[in-house]
Design a protein around this ligand. Structure first.
Ligand code: NAD
Length: 284
């Protein structure tokens, strides 16, 4: 049983508000161990990608658990190379094969690289054929979403974007809310960068609520209605990140966390064409 709260997608499927991120969990047995711990603690959402090179391990982790497939919410993502060569069906099928699954709950375009409109049309077809329960995008800016929505049928159900107190994405978040696109945060803890978790504001709130700075940050996302997928392979942290549903932050304390906004990304810019071009030729 899981008592992690969920939201309801426009397909009527439930999506947990908290999942396990598995980026960089590629050491032998690492992702399997993290998934075993997480599923025992009630996590049901696992966020991987073909680019993470650990879909096989995710599949093994899922198969070794006794949690029924229908209770899980498995996300994977289409890499830029497949977009360049237009091999959407093939890339999706290879992800399914590596995962050992016959469907995924959410399939995302990883970055808005060249051809994202054609890619989305191909994903709409796979979705309409019933092999993907929900489709969405990642790292899409307002201009990408506007472009996509004006050329295609289905509005992306989710946009997974870098979001944390230093880079709260307020403008994109408001645009997504207007179009009922669910906001999912990657790097929700700031990826362990720039001493985010040792900022005085967070240390003070942690003390006040009897929680850790990471729990304060994750709860701040939850209060904003954002789905979080913090990454850890350490059992104590996987547990810590899960224990965020027994308290809430006051409006005043939400405002205190908001003072950490610097407007600076910690990671890749979705409009960095050099990055998009370079990663489109990386095999996956
Ligand atoms: P994150 O913000 O989840 O930070 C992970 C880091 O924080 C790790 O170093 C981890 O050891 C540390 N950490 C975890 N729990 C902690 C705790 N309780 N206290 C202190 N430190 C803690 O960053 P992330 O992994 O980049 O993002 C989360 C997930 O989002 C990824 O694993 C991946 O699934 C996804 N992601 C997606 C994209 C994308 O382009 N769509 C990009 C990056 C990540």
């Amino acid at each position: 049983m899981s008592n992690i709260p969920s939201l309801t997608l426009n397909t009527n499927a439930s999506m947990p508000l908290l999942g396990l991120g598995v980026y960089k969990a590629t050491a032998p047995g690492e992702v399997e161990g993290a998934i075993a711990t997480a599923l025992d603690l009630g996590y049901r959402l696992i966020d991987t990608a073909s680019a993470y090179k650990n879909e096989e391990g995710v599949g093994r982790g899922i198969r070794s658990s006794s949690v029924p497939r229908k209770e899980l919410f498995i996300t994977t993502k289409l890499w830029n190379t497949a977009q360049r060569i237009g091999d959407i069906d093939g890339a999706f099928q290879r992800s399914l094969d590596r995962l050992g699954l016959d469907y995924v709950d959410l399939y995302l375009i990883h970055w808005a690289s060249a051809n994202y409109i054609e890619t989305w049309k191909a994903m709409e077809e796979v979705y309409n054929a019933g092999k993907i329960k929900a489709i969405g995008v990642s790292n899409f800016q307002i201009h990408h979403l506007e472009d996509l929505m004006s050329h295609t049928e289905i509005i992306p159900m989710i946009n997974q974007i870098e979001t944390h107190p230093a880079f709260p994405q307020d403008e994109l978040r408001a645009f997504m809310a207007q179009h009922a696109i669910i906001h999912e945060a990657w790097g929700p803890l700031g990826q362990g960068k720039n001493d985010l978790l040792t900022q005085a504001v967070l240390l003070e709130l942690a003390e006040q609520y009897g929680k850790t700075p990471a729990q304060i940050v994750l709860r701040w996302h939850i209060e904003r209605g954002i789905v979080v997928i913090p990454k850890s392979v350490t059992p104590s942290r996987i547990r810590e990140n899960r224990d965020i549903f027994d308290f809430s932050l006051s409006k005043e304390d939400m405002d205190k966390v908001a003072t950490l906004n610097t407007g600076e990304r910690y990671s890749g810019n979705p409009d960095d064409q050099e990055f998009l071009t370079r990663t489109s030729i990386r095999p996956n």
